[in-house]
Design a protein around this ligand. Structure first.
Ligand SMILES: C[S@@+](CC[C@H](N)C(=O)[O-])C[C@H]1O[C@@H](n2cnc3c(N)ncnc32)[C@H](O)[C@@H]1O
Length: 259
């Protein structure tokens, strides 16, 4: 983030799809004037996507953090529930008021990407900047969730599970073109491979759980479902370089590409 955006003391920043608020919190600590985190889910990711008990600690600390921040007099962080696709859900005070916006790992989840981008644009001051990260469609998570949706045992449960709608890795034009149509000037659009280490198979599954559609699967079949999903992860070989490899210590190297 620091390579792409230079934070200034007077910056007002919008974090679209802030989730648990970690990025929002990080930005607030960069000496900016204020940060607003918005997310469509009133409970952010927690309830909506059914994060299990073992993730609770992290979310709980976020809620405590949010509570403390919202109740502190000198806070420079605030959070709101809003669907970025809906102009009517934007606070009038946000319009043309932000110097910078970020949106990390959100746009691929949004059906009406044009409205989302137009609404972010409407919140930015003239000359304001947006930094986005969107995973591409050749990532292990995308490929394996598609596989599970057409799986002979699991497909029937996942028919109504919302699909993630990413761009392909070689479609920078798709993302840049849409951003330009929504009034942005695209300064740069890159597609790097990223590597994230998870401490174990369990930690990897825990991190991916919100995106697997587990709540569409009967509870008594969760273990089988996760086992089949993990088998499909391990069998994935992809020319794109995206992979999940388990090392001898049981750690998982999760390589993924982003736009
Ligand atoms: C993968 S999480 C990313 C969270 C955070 N940006 C991060 O990098 O950790 C995606 C978030 O986008 C939110 N989201 C999805 N669609 C949205 C929309 N239309 N408007 C606002 N937030 C949305 C979800 O509720 C979820 O919290």
């Amino acid at each position: 983030m620091a390579q792409c955006l230079r934070w200034e003391r007077g910056d007002s920043v919008l974090d679209v799809g802030c989730g648990t608020g970690r990025t929002t919190q990080h930005i607030a600590q960069q000496g900016v004037k204020s940060v607003v985190g918005i997310d469509q889910s009133p409970d952010f990711i927690r309830c909506k996507m059914g994060i299990p008990d073992f993730c609770w600690g992290e979310n709980l600390s976020f809620y405590i953090y949010r509570y403390t921040k919202e109740n502190a007099e000198d806070t420079n962080v605030s959070f709101s529930v809003a669907d970025i696709q809906r102009f009517s859900e934007l606070e009038p005070s946000w319009l043309q008021s932000f110097d910078k916006a970020v949106s990390f790992y959100v746009l691929h989840l949004i059906r009406d990407k044009r409205s989302a981008l137009e609404n972010i644009r409407a919140c930015l001051k003239p000359g304001g900047q947006l930094l986005m990260i969107v995973p591409t469609d050749d990532n292990v998570l995308m490929v394996t969730t598609r596989h599970m949706s057409s799986h002979r045992r699991w497909g029937k449960y996942l028919a109504d599970c919302p699909r993630m709608m990413p761009w392909s890795a070689d479609d920078r034009e798709g993302l840049s073109g849409l951003a330009e149509e929504c009034g942005f000037e695209v300064l740069s659009c890159e597609c790097p491979l990223m590597l994230h280490w998870y401490s174990s198979e369990e930690a990897t599954i825990s991190a991916m759980l919100p995106f697997l559609g587990l709540h569409y699967i009967p509870a008594e079949e969760h273990a089988d479902f996760l086992s089949d999903w993990w088998a499909s992860v391990k069998s994935m070989t992809d020319a794109s370089g995206c992979s999940a490899l388990v090392d001898q210590a049981g750690r998982v190297a999760w390589t993924f590409s982003i736009l």
